[in-house]
Design a protein around this ligand. Structure first.
Ligand code: URA
Ligand code: SF4
Length: 289
């Protein structure tokens, strides 16, 4: 079928793929809606810094804004899995409550955490950021140099590619949540050691329990291995749905790996994985905002 006769939803998918991955072979020749894609991509490029609110800000805000009026902090720090084994048995939190839980966890536990040796070499902890009601939660490996400097996840070169992957899905970065299996940079960007992962991941698990995304996307093998408790290879894991406590989980390549091996096969593999995620999120045929 000539590209300009494809159904609109299919054509949008193709343009997204083209934008995100430069898959020239699937590109429609006529692109009447190309201009409509610009604002979203521009937004990604110029996304404002969004530092997490600190506890003092919350205290200041506490009295006035109705947003926080219904919300109370629940202490879940003593037992990492205090909310429950399955996120779906735990209480559903309001948006305001989720923000409080996350902000307080960051301010009182994570920001100055010294539970593992990575605390000695880091500059900043990287808590993670995004929409607390996000449908999709991306899990990377650990902060790199730029993330260590800024305290924000995926803001270096790999982060720019992740931004494109997110834009390719028809989403903005602030509509997803982005975290890592460890919150401090491993020296020389080495893979985090098992004891570091064991020490740090209770924070991630609590973030997942609070946010309760519909889909988890692990980026790279270390996060897939941790979440799925598996020794399988990326080739065996990616492209198929897995389960993490009742939440669908899709492993895919890490954007840093894609940058190193920027082949059409790898880009298409990631795009195939993301299309599966989009379909579960109901994004495949959704018109662009
Ligand atoms: N790589 C990761 O795995 N996480 C980041 O936050 C940045 C790069
Ligand atoms: Fe704490 Fe995690 Fe950083 Fe280790 S990596 S010091 S457990 S925040």
């Amino acid at each position: 079928m000539p590209p300009d006769q494809l159904p609109a939803g299919r054509q949008r998918l193709i343009w997204r793929a083209e934008r995100a991955f430069g898959l020239k072979d699937t590109i429609a020749s006529k692109r009447p809606r190309a201009a409509a894609l610009q604002p979203a991509l521009k937004d990604v490029d110029t996304a404002p810094d969004a530092p997490a609110a600190r506890v003092d800000d919350l205290a200041l805000r506490g009295a006035a804004p109705p947003l926080f009026a219904d919300a109370q902090y629940i202490d879940t720090s003593a037992a990492p899995d205090a909310l429950s084994e399955s996120p779906f048995d735990s209480p559903v939190l309001s948006t305001a409550q989720k923000r409080i839980q996350l902000d307080v966890m960051n301010d009182t536990e994570v920001r100055d955490c010294q539970k593992c040796g990575l605390s000695r070499t880091r500059t900043n902890t990287v808590f993670g950021e995004g929409d607390v009601d996000a449908g999709v939660f991306f899990i990377g490996e650990g902060p790199g140099e730029t993330e260590d400097q800024t305290g924000r996840p995926f803001v270096g070169r790999a982060g720019q590619l992740l931004d494109k992957m997110i834009a390719g899905m028809g989403l903005r970065r602030d509509q997803v949540f982005i975290g890592n299996i460890v919150k401090c940079r491993p020296p020389e960007n080495r893979v985090p050691a098992p004891d570091e992962v064991d020490t740090c991941t209770p924070y991630l698990v609590r973030q997942l329990e609070i946010i309760r995304p519909k889909v988890i996307v692990t980026l790279g093998l270390p996060s897939a291995k941790y979440m799925l408790k598996t020794r399988s290879s990326m080739g065996q894991l990616r492209g198929r749905w897995h389960d993490w406590r009742g939440i669908r989980l899709m492993p895919t390549f890490h954007p840093a790996y894609l940058l190193r091996a920027y082949t059409p096969e790898n880009r298409r593999a990631v795009w195939d994985d993301l299309k599966k995620v989009m379909s579960v999120l109901g994004l495949a045929d959704a018109p662009r905002q």
